[in-house]
Each structure stands twice: as structure tokens, then as C-alpha cells.
Design a protein around this ligand. Structure first.
Ligand code: GLA
Ligand code: GLA
Length: 692
């Protein structure tokens, strides 16, 4: 659905605003989520006007406009410029920057500066500073030195955000807000410690209950007072460790909500709220579904670092991010050629930056912003890639970004309101990610790689694959794969069984259903509460030091010994010559349940075997493959009212030609085509009416 920007009447600018600073966060009044963020393709960068003389700003904006930018992000590290001394605010420069950008028809996303509190605050109120798990207080000069749990820091955040909202919340050229920047470390100071113990008390009520579910009879862990419960990130009881992750998630959610409530209450409802989650997408310091719940849409920072784009992994990361809110998203930062933080911060291939932008769009991004516009003359990141140089002139990458600007201008109308739609979902669950990581049992057991093993053959056949939260709705999917669902609570079992009984096809990977909600072993063997539905179970799991034969192929790292308990369950894969314990035993079993089915795959199998397993699963689930493309070419589709957009990228080093199943409109070059030729890093964007 397309929507145009609603501009607040100019009069509103002059109207008196209620004073918000210092007040308790007002109740949110926000109604429907605004969708300006999806109304067109957005292109731009992170700009730091506070680092440059104001006379220079117009030149920057002119050059941005020159490459086709229509958005810029500002403000996210500028606290010491917004509040140079305690209680002394200056938002006028921000307003001037926003209004100058309007002259160039460049919209603005405002970053709240809470990633970098000013030096006066660190000096006067050291209790706002983060304390590491070892008990050290972090000092000034870097960033992320604040404590997310400090009540005083949260108050300061409310105050500065209130001032910003007052200045910019009705500014027509501001389209949205980014809260903080790349949430990372939690704090282990006294306020956080108290909050942890309060959180446990609220969750369990009594220590008896906590002692029971954590099984603290183990190693004299039994607690007789709440403040005995350890608070650090050391290895500990897995029950404690899982709860700690949930607690930390809650601290981040609260930290974010503290600012979000102020923006919702004070800003125009058309101004969106998001945050840029970094950490290459898969980071799991906290639960990212929970973080995104309060936001209008998800954003992430897509960096390659060393080497070159890994199309499957990066594409899957986009899909993960799209799944956080189950809608389109933004790439709030990406590298203009190279970074400064990789062991080797090499430049991408010519054309690769453009291919990355198109991969993002192909997977559902409606915004792509470069970090950063121009290098500061000093500061920790002077060596990072940028769009223009320190002298203010375009760098070699500028022309490639200009080409992206031209591409976006040609395709934006057709893409607006479209998004990837898939009949297949891969499930992701942070509890399970944590549980396996706490007790890996095999150093090479990498859950993201396991997920990608399933993802690749599905992606090869389909223009889109969803990656979504395991606990969320599944009914629109024909096939659902849960590669790593280690924790299966009774509620989760009910949810998944309901999906299968409703005609869905569910595939569980190894280690599924070993643990319960408290990260305790289930009494029932894997997959625990789903074993009865499966009509089979795992007799034992084995970490493999050597590959073993399975189904004519090979399993590595992990193999579980399965058994069939019901005549209706059938063996899909068997081990061959193995470790003596599992030879000839089932490695994968399947049971039909009405029109649906449940499958358990107990081993990490090779790519060929996986491709045939997924091919068969798609067949049985009635998932039809999309049209075939040559190796190295990625096919992505977005659908919208009555039309389908096909995006093709050649990620390889050789030219490829792709024949299309029907004639399509070539949006980049014009005309109708039935085949396209793609040079390395080449991109095609095609449109055809839906259903043809
Ligand atoms: C040692 C300890 C035991 C147990 C085993 C596990 O032997 O004494 O308590 O931890 O290792 O292998
Ligand atoms: C992250 C941060 C940016 C910048 C870039 C550098 O994405 O959000 O502020 O440090 O990394 O790659």
C-alpha cells in the first residue's frame, strides 16, 4: 500500500509545546504505524554536521542530492553538541540542518545520541557509566560507556529526547527516529544487580521455586537469599544463564521504551521509530524479536568487513531481519566500499556495493544508507570508507552510489508496496540459540551454519524464504523448518503440533526438544513434548569426531540415534557404517498427520543429501519451485498488488545469461525482455503482472 507523506501544517511549528523535560514519560498516544518508510526506495547516508562548519553543509547536501539521495541520518552521537553543559540545550543547529536538507528534498532520520553521553555527565555522575562483568567501570572517550540500567542515565535520556522531540517532532522534513545506536553491552553495576534480583523475585515469587527449576541442589547452588544469586556473565548454571539473557533483553527493551514513549507522545505520528541493530544480524546478546516489538519497523547495519559478500549468509541475514517484524525493513548502515575494523579492511569489487544494495532490496529492504558520508578529520574511524573524502570531494565510490541512485529512481514506483512472500519459513528462537551455545558439546556446532544448510537448497528453488520467530503464527506456510529448536516448552509443542494437525509440514533439526522453559532437560527423550506426535524419539545424541555414512552421503559433527515407536512413522534416512553405536539405525524419520507431517532429522548432513531432503519436503508440502537460474545468480522476488518484481544478481566472477519463463519489463534498461545477460555483479530488475 502506498501512502504519501502527511506534512504537519506549518502553523504547528509556532504553537507552544508542553514542557516535557524531567516529566515522567507520558502515555503513548500513537495509533497506526506510519509507513512513510515503505512509500519509496530510500537512499542516503549517515551525516555528522556537528563535525563541520555550517557554511559547508549546503555543499554536502548538494553532493548527496547529486547521487540521488533522498534521506540522511543525523544526530546519533552529537549529545555534547546538543547539551554542551548540564541543562544547557542547543537544538537550533539540528533544526537548521533539517531545514537545509529540506531545500534539497532530502528527508531526515534523527538519531537519539544516547550511545555517547557527554564528558560532563561521565565526570559528574559516574553512576551512569557501564560496569563490566568483572566490576570495572568504563571510562570516557569511546562509546557505549553508559549503563542501560542506571535510573539516572535513563532520566538523562528522557530529558535529551524530550528536548529533541520538542524541537523536531513536528518538523515536516523529519520522517523518523532511530533510538540509540547498535545496542550492545549490558551493565553489571549496583542498579543492574538490584534489578536482576527484583526480576527473579517477580518471576519466581519464592526462592524454593527458583531452586527447584534451576536444580540448584547441584554443586551447593541452593540460594537462601535473593542477593546470593550471582550476577555476571561467567559460565554458570544453564537455568541461571538463560534467565540472565531474558533479564538483559528486558533491560534493553525498557531502556529503549524509556525513549520511545517520549517520542510517541510528543512527535508527529507520521514520524517512524526504529533502531539500527548491528552485530551482523545474528548477534544474540539479547532477543531481537523482543527489541523490535515496540518499533515501527526493523533496521540493521549490513557490513561485509573482510573479503566479499557471502550471498547466502548475507541474504539469510536480511531475511532474519525482515522476520523480526514480518515486514520490510531498512539497511540503516552499509559500507561505502570498505570498513576500518576488519583484520583486512579491503575494498569490495567494482559493482559489489551496488549488488549489495540490490540484494538488500531483493530481500525486502526499502532503505539503504551508507556509513558514512564524510570522514571526520580525527576520531576513531578516520580510516573507514566514506562517500566523499575529508576535503569534501567525491571519492571513487561516489559514482557507483550515484548509479544506485539512478537505479532506485527508475524502480522505486514499481517496488513501493511490494515485499518478499514465501510459502516456506525457517524458525529462529533466541532461547534455543542461547541454550545450545551455553552447552555446545562440539566446538564446531554453529547454529547459523546449521540454519544455512537448510536455507541454501530452499533459497536455490525459491525467490524468497522467510526466517521467523518460532513462537509466531505459522498458518500461512506450507513448509516450516526448525533447524535448532533445542528448547521446546509445552506451549511451543502445542503451537507446532497445531500447525502440523492443521495440515502443515514441519521439519525439526538435531538437538530439538532436549530442554524445557527453564533450560532443564525434559524427562521425555527428544523431541520431548513432540515425541508422541512424531511417533519416534532420539535414543541418544553423539558429537562426532569423524564423519559417518548416512543415506548414501555423510554426516559430520552431530548424529542422533533415532527409533520409530509407531507403525505410522517411517524412516527417511539411515546411518551406514558409523561409530558402532548407530550403524544401520534411523537418522531421520517422518510421520504423516492428517494432511500434514512432522519430520525429525537427527544428523548434520551434507549438501547433496540436504538438497534432496528439502526437494522432497517441498514436493510433499506442495511448494512449487520458482524458475531456474544459473549458478552464482541469485533470484529474488517481491510481490505487491497485481505485480511481481524479479531481481537477479550475478554474484559470480563470470558473465551469466538467464532465460526468463515469460517476457518481463526491464525496469533498469527499458523494454520487454525474455532473457538477460548479467556481467559479474550485474543486476536486473524486472516486472511482470502477477500470476503470469
Ligand atoms: C570431574 C569431576 C566431576 C565431574 C567430572 C565430569 O571428574 O570430579 O564432578 O565434573 O569431572 O567429567
Ligand atoms: C557501526 C556503527 C557506526 C560505525 C560503523 C563502522 O555500524 O553503528 O557508528 O561505527 O559501525 O563500520
Amino acid at each position: 500500500m502506498k501512502r504519501t507523506l502527511l506534512f504537519a501544517p506549518l502553523l504547528a511549528l509556532a504553537a507552544p509545546m508542553p514542557a516535557l523535560a524531567g516529566a515522567a514519560p507520558p502515555v503513548a498516544t500513537h495509533e497506526a504505524a506510519p509507513d512513510v518508510q515503505f512509500s519509496r526506495l530510500w537512499l542516503g547516508s549517515a551525516w555528522y554536521p556537528e563535525q563541520w562548519p555550517e557554511e559547508r553543509w549546503a555543499d554536502d547536501l548538494r553532493l548527496m542530492k547529486g547521487h540521488g539521495a533522498n534521506v540522511v541520518r543525523i544526530g546519533e552521537f552529537a549529545w555534547s553538541r546538543m547539551e554542551p553543559r548540564e541543562g544547557e540545550y542547543d537544538m537550533s543547529w539540528l533544526v537548521r540542518a533539517v531545514r537545509l536538507a529540506a531545500k534539497y528534498d532530502i528527508k531526515v532520520v534523527i538519531g537519539t545520541p544516547t550511545d555517547t553521553p557527554p564528558a560532563w555527565m561521565s565526570q559528574k555522575y559516574p553512576d551512569i557509566l557501564r560496569v563490566t562483568s568483572d566490576g570495572d567501570r568504563v571510562g570516557h572517550g569511546g562509546r557505549r560507556q553508559f549503563s542501560i540500567s542506571s535510573p539516572r542515565y535513563r532520566q538523562f535520556c528522557r530529558d535529551i529526547v524530550s528536548r529533541m522531540v520538542k524541537a523536531l517532532g513536528h518538523e515536516p522534513n523529519v520522517i523518523g527516529w532511530q533510538i540509540g545506536n547498535e545496542y550492545t553491552e549490558e551493565s553489571y553495576g549496583p542498579a543492574a544487580r538490584q534489578a536482576w534480583h527484583d526480576w527473579l523475585k517477580a518471576k519466581y515469587g519464592t526462592l524454593d521455586r527458583l531452586n527447584e527449576v534451576w536444580t540448584t541442589a547441584y554443586w551447593s547452588q541452593t540460594y537462601t537469599a535473593w542477593d546470593q544469586v550471582p550476577f555476571n556473565d561467567d559460565k554458570n548454571n544453564p537455568g541461571l544463564m538463560l534467565d540472565l539473557k531474558r533479564f538483559i533483553t528486558g533491560q534493553w527493551v525498557d531502556f529503549q521504551k524509556n525513549q520511545l514513549d517520549v517520542i510517541r507522545a510528543g512527535a508527529d505520528s507520521d514520524q517512524f521509530i526504529t533502531t539500527n541493530l548491528g552485530g551482523l544480524g545474528w548477534a544474540n546478546r539479547f532477543d531481537r524479536y523482543a527489541i523490535n516489538r515496540d518499533l515501527d519497523f526493523a533496521s540493521w547495519d549490513d557490513y561485509v568487513g573482510q573479503g566479499h559478500l557471502k550471498p547466502y549468509r548475507n541474504g539469510a541475514t536480511h531475511d532474519l531481519v525482515r522476520g523480526w517484524k514480518r515486514k520490510n525493513f531498512w539497511v540503516m548502515e552499509t559500507q561505502p566500499g570498505f570498513v576500518n575494523w576488519a583484520p583486512v579492511s579491503n575494498i569490495l569489487h567494482p559493482g559489489e556495493t551496488r549488488a549489495m544494495a540490490w540484494q538488500a532490496v531483493g530481500h525486502g529492504a526499502d532503505g539503504v544508507l551508507y556509513w558514512q558520508w564524510r570522514n571526520a578529520l580525527n576520531g576513531q574511524e578516520t580510516m573507514h570508507g566514506s562517500v566523499i573524502g575529508p576535503g569534501g570531494e567525491p571519492l571513487p565510490i561516489y559514482d557507483e552510489i550515484k548509479r544506485i541512485g539512478e537505479d532506485f529512481a527508475k524502480t522505486s514506483d514499481a517496488l513501493a508496496g511490494t515485499g518478499p512472500v514465501s510459502p516456506v519459513a525457517i524458525l529462529q528462537d533466541y532461547d534455543s540459540r542461547w541454550a545450545i551455545d551455553f552447552q555446545k558439546h562440539h566446538k564446531d556446532y554453529d547454529q547459523i551454519e546449521v540454519l544455512l544448510d537448510y536455507y541454501r537448497p530452499l533459497k536455490d528453488e525459491l525467490g524468497a524464504v522467510d526466517i521467523v520467530e518460532a513462537a509466531g503464527p505459522l498458518d500461512k506456510y506450507k513448509l516450516v523448518v526448525a533447524p535448532d529448536l533445542n528448547i521446546i516448552t509445552d506451549a511451543m509443542a502445542k503451537h507446532l503440533a497445531g500447525y502440523v494437525r492443521g495440515g502443515g509440514h514441519l521439519i525439526l533439526g538435531p538437538r530439538s526438544g532436549l530442554k524445557d522453559a527453564f533450560n532443564r532437560l525434559h524427562l521425555q527423550r527428544q523431541p520431548g513434548p513432540l515425541a508422541d506426535l512424531l511417533g519416534g524419539r532420539v535414543e541418544q545424541f553423539y558429537a562426532l569426531d569423524e564423519p559417518v555414512a548416512v543415506g548414501g552421503g555423510e554426516a559430520k559433527i552431530w548424529a542422533e540415534d533415532l527409533s520409530v515407536k509407531t507403525p505410522g512413522a517411517k524412516v527417511l534416512l539411515r546411518y551406514g557404517k558409523a561409530n558402532g553405536w548407530i550403524d544401520g539405525h534411523p537418522a531421520a524419520i517422518e510421520r504423516k498427520v492428517g494432511k500434514g507431517s512432522i519430520t525429525y532429522v537427527g544428523a548434520l548432513i551434507d549438501d547433496t543429501l540436504m538438497a534432496s531432503l528439502m526437494g522432497k519436503a517441498m514436493d510433499e508440502a506442495g511448494v512449487r519451485p520458482d524458475f531456474a537460474v544459473p549458478d552464482d545468480v541469485e533470484l529474488m522476488t517481491r510481490r505487491g498488488e497485481g505485480r511481481r518484481i524479479v531481481i537477479l544478481i550475478n554474484h559470480g566472477r563470470d558473465a551469466r545469461s538467464v532465460s526468463l519463463p515469460a517476457s518481463m519489463r526491464d525496469l533498469l534498461n527499458g523494454g520487454d525482455v525474455s532473457a538477460v545477460q548479467l556481467e559479474p555483479e550485474g543486476v536486473a530488475v524486472l516486472e511482470r503482472p502477477e500470476g503470469k
